[in-house]
Design a protein around this ligand. Structure first.
Ligand code: NAD
Ligand code: DAU
Length: 361
């Protein structure tokens, strides 16, 4: 089979990366995708098991902090573009063990930028899409306008600081070496195949098992939620229409308080399982807050609309139904990624969740 282009996706066995692989196979079937992933606790080949024999999807186990491995991948596959998603991505883990975030998110990104630069030389028909987050801007007060691409950086967690540092590196390579980098800053994603350490899958998997659902603090923090397929389509638009050196804010324009999202998710699970309305709400436990917990994130997406021709298309209501249905139909996947080894590992990381639970109001 002849492919028109070869794209390197880092972190393609993780949540957003695996959804991106699926979206690209569907939207650009003539592209060959090289999925480079170290398979940390967050990456699982089972997530893309159905694409194992797909000639358009090649999996390479490699670490982005290993320059020799990266050089080998660039030499072998000669990619025409990079979607860089590999990262340590969980704020709670960054509070307990920040150095892994510096190593992968900062050093790993620099190794990848260097390899791309060396492999591509003066080529300008290539793109390096650096996938970042709205957390680099800090947090918003209740009446502040959403972040924009021009908001000064003010990261507040070790995770956010490591992503901010990586963004600065990506911009430096664009400016100094004219590497055609496009940066995206996205809000909270949800959807199929998100590891049950992030809010939505924690709630769904615990509701399935009728286990307590931990809500940090009073559940009043606000996040802006985007269905993961919409993010994948935004990344494709950024690759094809993004201007080198430019940043694009991506988001769902759908701000919700955590407690309201938790209740809506519990209700959706109950509805799917034909349980009585409100059945699972008493599972909520308000636990000790995340240290330095950012209050509110939201992103202005006018530039992405105008310049990329992208807009979110899935409503939170539809996306939540699709997400809950996916988890109910993929209990084997949940079991695989929450095996005992994995659970022990998680328990060791989440110190601050061990506070005595309080009753839901
Ligand atoms: P994830 O934790 O689900 O997946 C990360 C993937 O990267 C895993 O497959 C893991 O094995 C791989 N990986 C980690 N370290 C690696 C290394 N050193 N070398 C190679 N592979 C490695 O993360 P996600 O939620 O899919 O996020 C993907 C990217 O999108 C990250 O860069 C994250 O900062 C960014 N982002 C995430 C969100 C969100 O809501 N999840 C929002 C905005 C931006
Ligand atoms: O804004 C984009 C960011 O969104 C991404 O860059 C990160 O990679 C991604 O993990 C996410 O960060 P958050 O910290 O917002 O996501 P998380 O799912 O961990 O938490 C969402 C909110 O829910 C947050 O306010 C903390 C709270 N929470 C989280 C968990 C896991 C709970 O109340 N209980 C929980 O068990």
């Amino acid at each position: 089979m002849t492919f028109t282009r070869t794209l390197l996706i880092t972190g393609g066995m993780g949540f957003i990366g695996s959804n991106l692989v699926r979206v690209l196979r569907r939207e650009r079937p003539g592209w060959r995708l090289i999925n480079l992933d170290a398979l940390t606790y967050a990456g699982h080949t089972v997530t893309l098991d159905d694409l194992r024999d797909d000639p358009g999807h090649v999996f390479v186990r490699a670490d982005i902090t290993d320059p020799d491995a990266l050089r080998h991948v660039f030499d072998t596959f000669q990619p025409d573009g990079v979607f860089h998603l590999a990262a340590e991505s969980h704020v709670d883990r960054s509070i307990d063990a920040p150095l892994a975030f510096v190593r992968t998110n900062v050093e790993g990104t620099v190794h990848l930028l260097q390899q791309a630069r060396q492999a591509w030389g003066d080529r300008r028909d290539v793109r390096f899409v650096h996938v970042s987050t709205d957390e680099v801007f800090g947090d918003l007060g209740p009446d502040d306008p959403p972040f924009s691409e021009d908001t000064p950086y003010h990261p507040q967690s070790p995770y956010a600081a490591s992503k901010a540092a990586a963004d600065h590196m990506a911009r430096a390579w664009a400016h100094t070496f004219a590497l055609p980098v496009v940066i995206t800053s996205c809000t909270n994603n949800y959807g199929p195949a998100q590891l049950p350490e992030k809010l939505l899958p924690v709630v769904i998997t615990r509701a399935l098992r009728q286990e307590p659902v931990p809500v940090y603090g009073q559940g009043l923090n606000v996040r802006d939620w985007l269905f993961v397929e919409d993010h994948a389509l935004a990344l494709l638009a950024a690759f094809e229409r993004g201007q080198p050196g430019r940043t694009y804010g991506i988001g769902g324009e759908r701000e919700v308080r955590n407690i309201d999202l938790v209740h809506a998710t519990l209700d959706a699970v109950d509805q799917h399982l034909h349980r009585p309305p409100g059945h699972s709400r008493p599972l909520v436990r308000f636990v000790t807050d995340r240290p330095g917990h950012d209050r509110r994130y939201a992103m202005n997406i006018d530039r992405a609309r105008r310049e990329l021709g992208w807009t979110p298309s899935t409503t939170l209501e539809d996306g939540l139904q699709r997400t809950v249905a996916w988890y109910l139909h993929h209990t084997a996947w949940i079991d695989a990624v929450t095996s005992p080894e994995h659970r022990d590992f998680q328990t060791r990381w989440y110190q601050h969740r061990d506070a005595p639970p309080q009753d839901a109001p």
